[in-house]
Design a protein. Structure first.
Length: 392
């Protein structure tokens, strides 16, 4: 947005592209001149510029040139120029550096740079958060997008510069278009839902949108968990199937070798009296070799059978453990849900107590009224009786 939208601009007095070009030339001047760089370092120390950020402390005496292959390079360039603008001015206005006066940034240009820094700083912070390697960045994408959307929606420029106003509008449109593409990624919702910090979706101000996101994330998590369980089950079944095939093949070999052992014993159990000693030794060697082959085959077969039974027991126990863990997790979540409603329950109980007291008072009032009506009826009846004519 900063470069492409302003390359075709014809207003050279208020063009952001011209300011960027000027900043590049200014930084290039200091980069290629050791004398100017040394003067800049001295001016920075004299001006006593204090920076709280450790990253800025390491490069406070350096101007950063923008690089096309580096993230937020234009922001870093503008930030370095703006922070060191006073020191740059002190160096350029010296008599020996008067030939470079044209590169000095004017006050209105510094105002535009300040506006651009305020506009681009959240993007830089967002990039740094997503570039960390010590934690998973996927759950942070959705909250960051909503925060950035809210920031840019309420962003107002302090200056009335038409160039910066048009740039902000184009920047917002470009950002909103990119956000729409990001929000179409379905797996961002469940990733945010599974993160303890963002599972309540407090970063969404619209209540309807928040509820729809939570429902969507919950359904996707359930779907992914079912798919994961099916995948794990299919893998376990395929491994068990391959183990069963190995056992069956080994059993065939075992049966064959055992038959050969029996045949060798039957053939070589009796020798003729006229046989040579070499024939006897050969028969003994055949029996020893056959028996050794049988022993190894039996050992392999027994090992495969035992390992298959152990795997089956382990699989059953693992499934029981998974069931118990799922049940305990379900009950824990249910308890947590009920704990969340505890304040509402207390408030409801207080309201019920108040209603009960009010009802008791009203009931007493109604009883008093009924008793009063009965008394009046009795008095009225007595008066009627008293007023009846007496027959003499």
């Amino acid at each position: 947005v900063l470069v492409k939208e302003n390359e075709q601009s014809t207003d050279e007095n208020h063009c952001v592209f011209i300011i960027l070009k000027k900043c590049r030339k200014l930084i290039g001047l200091f980069k290629h001149c050791n004398k100017l760089s040394a003067q800049l370092v001295n001016c920075v120390e004299l001006n006593n510029i204090k920076i709280d950020n450790q990253e800025d402390k390491c490069s406070i005496n350096k101007l950063k040139q923008d690089i096309a292959t580096r993230w937020n390079s234009i922001f870093l360039m503008l930030q370095s120029v703006f922070k060191l603008s006073k020191s740059i001015k002190d160096v350029i206005i010296k008599p020996e550096n008067k030939e470079n006066k044209d590169l000095l940034l004017k006050s209105w240009e510094l105002e535009i740079i300040c506006e651009l820094i305020d506009l681009l700083e959240p993007i830089h912070a967002f990039t740094k958060i997503l570039s960390r390697s010590k934690y998973t960045s996927c759950p942070i994408i959705l909250p960051a997008i909503y925060k950035l959307t809210y920031y840019f929606a309420n962003f107002k420029s302090e200056s009335n510069n038409s160039t910066i106003m048009n740039l902000i509008i184009k920047f917002k449109d470009n950002f909103n278009q990119r956000c729409e593409d990001f929000l179409k990624i379905e797996k961002l919702c469940p990733a945010t839902y599974l993160a303890p910090r963002f599972c309540s979706f407090k970063f969404i101000s619209n209540k309807t949108a928040k509820i729809s996101c939570i429902k969507k994330a919950h359904s996707l998590v359930v779907q992914l968990s079912h798919e994961l369980q099916l995948t794990q089950t299919s893998l376990q079944l395929s491994s068990q199937e391959s183990d069963i095939k190995k056992v069956k093949e080994t059993k065939k070999v075992f049966d064959k070798v055992s038959y050969e052992v029996d045949s060798a014993r039957i053939r070589n159990s009796q020798l003729l009296k006229t046989c040579k000693p070499s024939d006897g030794e050969e028969a003994i060697n055949i029996l020893i070799a056959t028996q050794s082959c049988f022993n190894h085959t039996a050992l392999d077969y027994t090992f495969l059978v035992k390992s298959l039974q152990s795997k089956r027991r382990f699989y059953i126990l693992s499934q029981v453990a998974v069931f118990l863990n799922a049940t305990s997790t379900y009950h824990k979540r249910a308890n947590e849900s009920f704990d969340k409603f505890q304040p509402d329950q207390e408030e409801l109980s207080r309201e019920l107590e108040i209603l009960q007291k009010t009802f008791t008072v009203k009931l007493k009032e109604m009883d008093d009224r009924h008793s009063l009506v009965r008394l009046k009826d009795v008095e009225h009846d007595n008066n009627l009786v008293d007023n009846l004519p007496v027959n003499k």
